[in-house]
Structures are given as C-alpha cells and as structure tokens.
Design a binder for this molecule. Structure first.
Ligand code: AMO
Length: 446
C-alpha cells in the first residue's frame, strides 16, 4: 500500500519529505511557477513547483524538471495522482498554512478533460454522476456525520444491553400494509421486499431477547416524488420488552438521539457550522410531548386547520407544530402522541378504555416526521380483532400471530428514517443529498 500522508495529517508533520495522494482539484499553470490543489478524503493542500520550460545544461536534471512541468500542464481536474515532495510550513499560504514542493508526480488515473458535472449542475445530473458529486467536501462530511451518528447510537444500545439484529428483507407477506409493496417472483411463489423489520423485531420479544436494534434497508413502492420519500431507505429500528406504555419507548428513543447528537456535535460541530451554517444542538430531555388531539387545537389557534379528513398531520401541519414547539419550548423535536386508531396499523396497542386512540407517537424534527413508535398489542385475541377491523385476513398473518401464542412480554419500539434525520439535522433540501445512492421511482442508477 502507498505510504502516504493524508492532507489533514500534514499540519502536525515536521518539514521534510512526504508522499501525498488524491485527485487534482485545480491547476494554476503560471509562467514561472505551477500550483496544483490536491484533494483527498480529508482536505485540500497546495502543491507547488518552479516551471522549467526549456532544457538548461547548467541545471542538474533540467530535462526531468521540464518533463514534470509539461505533465502538470496536462493535468485535468479529477485526475488521481501521487506526489513525492517536501512539506514546508508557511503561514503565508492561505490553504492551511503549508505547501508541498513537488519532487515527482505520478498520474495514477487521468480524468477526461470535460467533467460531466459542475457546481451548478441540477440535482438529477449530480445524481447521475454521484461518485463525482460525492467528492465535494460537504458531501464527504454528510457521510462522516452519518457514521458518527450511527456509531454513537449503536454504542448506546450496546452499552444498554441491546442485541443487534439483521432481519431478512425477503418476506412472504407485507410488513406494513399492502400499499407501497414491492412484489417479486420467488421460484414457484411470490416474495415481497420488507417495508420495515416490524414483524421480525417484534419476534425478538417472544424469543426472549429483551431489547434489540437494527439499522438496515427498507423498501416502499412509493411512487411519490417528494424531498423525503425514497423507494429504498435505511431504517433505524429498536424494540424493547416490558414497556408500560409508549412513554417507555419515547424515553429510550430520545436517549439514543441525544447520544447520537452529542457525538456529532463533539466531532463535527464546527465543520457542520462552516459547511452548512447549522449549529448542532444537543436536545434537552425530556423532549416535548403533545397529543395529536392537542396538536390540532394548537394548530387551529395558529389559524391552520389540518386538511386531512382522517386527522393525520399533513406536512404543513408538521411544520407549524414544530414552529410552535420551537417558539414555546425552544426545542427542535416534538413527540406527537396518542394517534387516532384509524390512522395507525393494526399492531398498535389501543388505549385501555378508549379504542379510538393508540399508545403511539410520531417524532417530528425541525418540522418533519422522522419516526413512528408505539406499544404493540401483544394479546393475540385482541390483535386478531384489530387485524380484522383493518380488513386484514388473520390467516395471512398466521406466522406473525404465532409470535403471540406461546408467551410474549409487553413491548414497543420505533422506526426512524436515517436519511430524513440527516437532512433535517443539516438543513438540506432533500434526502437525495443524505442518501449515498438514492432510489426513487425513476432512479435505479448508478
Ligand atoms: P413508518 O412507516 O412511519 O413506521 O416509517 C418509519 C420512518 O421511516 C422513514 N420512512 C421513509 N424514509 C424515506 N422514504 C420512505 N419512503 C419512507 N417511509 C418511511 C420515516 C418514517 O418516519 N414499522 C413502523 C415503525 C415502528 O412502529 O416501529 C414504520 O415503519 O422517517
């Protein structure tokens, strides 16, 4: 492996010989001197060399220096190179106060002269050339933030005795509803892509696992073209035994988010401020909680009546409610609780004594839903009744209903869209930016 110093490590190195490697950002080919801005995954550095335009027999290796000058003159932006040179610390150099004087330069893979995208290319064009788009330092930062956030959540779960699962994504039935379901041929039968790990994360409860989490893919055949929907997304899921209500799920959920955001703020707070102009806030616990019924009243008080007949919040309602919470509590998160039964899946537990309400919540972050959570119905006769109420055939759900026939603790959990979380954290316009490779109704490439 090439022994190279990453750009970000240079400032701590003494002056002297170094090898750097990366891609050419820009070349400034002046008469007497040439500058190359080299980027790698950690930053950008200025490389410099005197230009030698003709052979001078008086100067040692002037032929070699001239060949180097010519080579630099042909470098296209994007070309991957390795450079051996001399590191010099010089405060006058704007870019990081250092530069590398080039001794030799090797082209590893040349880029074609016309880059297919520019800074002002459309989002679609950038997605077509996502590997080039991802070279932008801000894009690189997004996925570093994602890594830190996931890692911190995972650490919190591991520290608290959770087991990590990888549940199958090929299923014999729908996992959320028959809407938005991808169906595929599967030998002599049909299979469906998992819309959520819902059933299998619940299965861990009668399995006696106690508390589990999973970060994995979920699929929805959703034909919409919004900034927050994808046909494949990364779902962050957790499920815990022995909950008294959805309150216990919310307490775990907010603790995990606080752990994730604390790590992100520590590690990337400054870089996020510089790149996106966003101050990362570690939210105070407990997050505000507002029942769905109260949310409607609050919105009415602000002059907004939610247009949906079923009572679910629409995107504008979510924005307005978040604005209210920000004004009243200075908080970026709000749990909207006790959703109406009509807009919740059959497996949500209903209120004791009020079957119109469920032990469930949505979590809104900076104006948009990022998560759904609930206590689950674990009493099999009640569960069958609720499935029938929703027009589902209990026979089709038999494998799932079996989970509740041989002993099961009360339990609950949540599912959260990772890309949505990052989009709202970084103030970006779409989950396309926070998904490594976005999948939508008309995007399967690259
Ligand atoms: P729900 O369907 O609300 O609940 O999904 C949970 C969260 O997943 C994200 N999400 C999506 N992200 C991108 N594109 C999509 N098409 C998409 N659909 C959903 C959102 C959403 O809030 N099984 C339940 C969770 C549970 O109760 O544990 C579920 O999947 O951020």
């Amino acid at each position: 492996m090439t022994t190279r110093s990453t750009v970000s490590s240079l400032s701590a190195l003494p002056e002297g010989a170094v090898v750097v490697a990366g891609w050419v950002d820009t070349v400034r080919d002046q008469k007497a001197v040439q500058f190359v801005i080299l980027r790698d995954e950690t930053g950008a550095v200025q490389l410099v060399t005197k230009a030698v335009r003709e052979i001078d027999p008086e100067v040692a290796d002037s032929a070699g220096r001239m060949a180097l000058t010519e080579l630099i003159g042909t470098l296209n932006a994007g070309t991957f190179i390795t450079v051996t040179g001399e590191l010099v610390h010089d405060e006058r150099v704007k870019l990081g106060g250092l530069e590398v004087k080039i001794q030799s330069l090797t082209v590893i893979a040349a880029a074609e002269p016309e880059p297919p995208i520019a800074d002002d290319s459309s989002s679609d064009k950038r997605m077509d050339w996502r590997f080039l788009d991802l070279r932008r330092p801000e894009a690189n930062l997004i996925f570093r933030v994602q890594t830190t956030f996931e890692h911190a959540m995972r650490c919190w779960w591991v520290d608290n005795g959770f087991i990590e699962l990888h549940t199958p994504k090929l299923m014999a039935s729908a996992s959320e509803s028959r809407a938005e379901l991808f169906e595929m041929d599967y030998f002599e039968t049909k299979a469906y892509l998992a819309q959520s790990p819902q059933f299998f994360k619940q299965m861990a409860q009668p399995a006696g696992f106690g508390a589990i989490f999973e970060i994995g893919p979920a699929f929805r055949a959703d034909p919409s073209f919004t900034s927050r929907h994808a046909t494949e997304f990364t779902s962050v899921d957790a499920e815990i035994s022995w909950v008294d209500s959805h309150e216990d799920v919310m307490a775990m959920h907010e603790a995990v988010i606080v752990a994730g955001l604390t790590a992100v703020k520590d590690k990337h707070g400054e870089a996020i401020q510089t790149a996106f102009g966003v101050e990362v806030t570690v939210p105070a616990q407990p997050f505000p909680r507002i029942s769905l019924a109260d949310a409607h009243e609050i919105l009415k008080g602000r002059g907004y009546t939610v247009p949906r007949a079923d009572g679910d919040l629409d995107p504008e309602g979510e924005r307005q409610l978040s604005a209210y919470v920000k004004e009243e509590f200075g908080h970026e998160f709000v749990f909207v609780t006790d959703y109406f039964t009509g807009i919740r899946p059959f497996y949500h537990m209903r209120h004791e004594g009020n079957p119109e309400l469920t032990n469930s919540y949505d979590l809104l972050f900076n104006g948009t839903e990022i998560s759904t959570g609930a206590q689950r119905e674990h009493r099999v006769d009640v569960l069958i009744g609720q499935a029938k109420d929703k027009g589902l055939d209990p026979e089709e759900l038999d494998f799932y209903l079996d989970f509740f026939r041989h002993g099961v603790p009360p339990h609950g959990g949540f599912g959260m869209g990772l890309a949505r979380f990052l989009m709202l954290l970084l103030g970006l316009p779409s989950i396309r930016e926070t998904t490594y490779l976005f999948r939508g109704p008309n995007r399967l490439l690259p």
